[in-house]
Design a protein around this ligand. Structure first.
Ligand SMILES: Cc1cc2nc3c(=O)[nH]c(=O)nc-3n(C[C@H](O)[C@H](O)[C@H](O)COP(=O)(O)OP(=O)(O)OC[C@H]3O[C@@H](n4cnc5c(N)ncnc54)[C@H](O)[C@@H]3O)c2cc1C
Length: 416
């Protein structure tokens, strides 16, 4: 028997969980709702600014809030981790032991970072020049390293196979690093490289064409199909598997003074082992309604959802209203909407003071919000990234307000 019951249980109080709770809480003015969020974390981070922290353009403390201050009043916070699900019985079990039952479930615990997936990473990240923007515990070390590099330094930046949080973030780190070294007047005396496990610089060809030019302008050699597998931190060596091309199957070793690692990521184990998962381990939801394919009282959004959009907070911004409307439709017995179009956005900081605003939907269709050529690097996009979006996140999105104007779904590439 379940120890407790809530009408709506939300698993994860990150970008997705808080946004859904806030929107439901607003809706509860009309329909009484009993909502609970399960999350063990005391701190909530605006992770989208971590790249800026690593580039010295944002303070880590400004990315953090107390979780308790973000959870809407009247929403119960269960400060524990979910261990397993029994959706056939509408229950889940907490790591702390108790079982909780629900009428409706929203699953959004984000991505799992697999620090152990690269030999030597877990032991040495944060030391010997091995840094990563992917954790609040290590992100400040990226900028420390950038400040410490001397002429002749070798800085290596890596990207693992997909999925990862914000697929543009690994290359944003390398552009900021290159620009920072240029500002220090030592860029031409440093070797800065980007090695990615993917076969293209970005998953959307429309934007990838421009990003290839950005990397060329920065004189950053880009190696595709290179997966970082081992770090010999004390000797400053990074070892890669070459996964395609002429050198397929070979190992390649690079010397480094600074190694920025984007760690491998996956669906959280407790999701992939559960009956909620699809074959890739993510929550098996319909791409447009975000309703579970089998368990109709279950929804998922954010990084843990098994949808083909780019895993970003921008996607969450457009998914949350759909999940909330569909939950309310289900409660009232109305038809479910298939309204999420796969929107995601990645403001690609290509240097200090400029960014390219990549916005797109399923299939890589460009869908800009502003009536401007989305391929162009602009100061306006930098301002949106560094000032506008953080404000929208904390003051609008996480409070359940409509956070952004609609994106243009009928944009046509004038060059096509
Ligand atoms: C370096 C970096 C750069 C990024 N750049 C951008 C960007 O420029 N633009 C953009 O839009 N996005 C960006 N993102 C991605 C963005 O942060 C994520 O897509 C977004 O946070 C996803 O929201 P979420 O709620 O699904 O997951 P999260 O926000 O990660 O929240 C997941 C929550 O679930 C909780 N949780 C985990 N396990 C359990 C459990 N067992 N039980 C209960 N709760 C659990 C966690 O404690 C956490 O609070 C970036 C991320 C990183 C790391």
């Amino acid at each position: 028997m379940a120890a407790k019951h809530h009408q709506i249980l939300i698993v994860g109080g990150g970008a997705a969980g808080i946004t859904v709770a806030a929107r439901l809480h607003r809706a509860a003015h009309d329909v009484p709702l009993d909502i609970a969020i399960i999350d063990p974390a005391e701190s909530h981070y605006y992770q989208a600014a971590f790249t800026l922290v690593g580039g010295g353009a944002f303070k880590l403390e400004d990315t953090r809030r107390n979780e308790v201050d973000l959870i809407p009043t009247d929403v119960t916070w269960i400060k524990d981790a979910v261990a397993s699900f029994t959706p056939e019985a509408n229950t889940l079990t907490l790591a702390g032991g108790p079982t909780i039952s629900y009428n409706y479930l929203v699953v959004c615990p984000g991505l799992q970072i697999n620090w152990g997936g690269i030999k030597g990473l877990k032991e040495y990240v944060g030391r010997y020049g091995v840094c990563s923007n992917y954790s609040p515990n290590t992100v400040e070390y990226t900028f420390e390293m950038l400040k410490s590099l001397k002429p002749g330094a070798r800085a290596v930046f890596t990207q693992p196979p997909m999925p990862i949080k914000c697929p543009g973030a690994p290359q944003k780190a390398v552009y900021l690093a290159s620009d920072y070294l240029a500002k220090r007047g030592i860029r031409e005396h440093c070797d800065v490289r980007f090695l990615t496990a993917t076969l293209a610089i970005f998953g959307v060809p429309f934007y990838a064409k421009e990003l290839v030019k950005v990397a060329e302008r920065h004189k950053i050699p880009v190696s595709y199909n290179h997966t970082l597998v081992e770090i010999e931190a004390r000797n400053g060596k990074a070892i890669f598997d070459v996964t395609a091309g002429d050198q397929k199957g070979q190992k390649k070793t690079l010397d480094f003074d600074m190694l920025h690692v984007t760690p491998p990521q996956s669906a959280p184990d407790f999701i992939s082992k559960s009956p909620l998962a699809n074959a890739t381990g993510f929550v098996d939801v319909h791409a447009n309604s975000l309703q579970h394919v089998k368990f109709k009282n279950v929804f998922s959004l954010g990084d843990a959802a098994g949808t083909a959009n780019s895993k970003t907070a921008a996607a969450v911004r457009k998914q949350a209203p759909v999940v909330v409307r569909n939950l309310l439709h289900l409660i009232k017995g109305d038809a479910i909407e298939e309204a999420y179009d796969g929107y995601a956005s990645c403001p690609l900081t290509t240097g200090y003071g400029k960014a390219l605003m990549a916005e797109f939907t399923y299939g890589g269709k460009p869908t800009p919000t502003l009536p401007l050529d989305p391929r162009k690097e602009r100061y306006l996009n930098w301002w949106i990234k560094t000032t506008g979006l953080p404000r929208l996140y904390w003051d609008y999105m996480l409070k359940g307000y409509e956070a952004f104007p609609p994106h243009n779904t009928s944009y046509v590439d004038p060059a096509a």
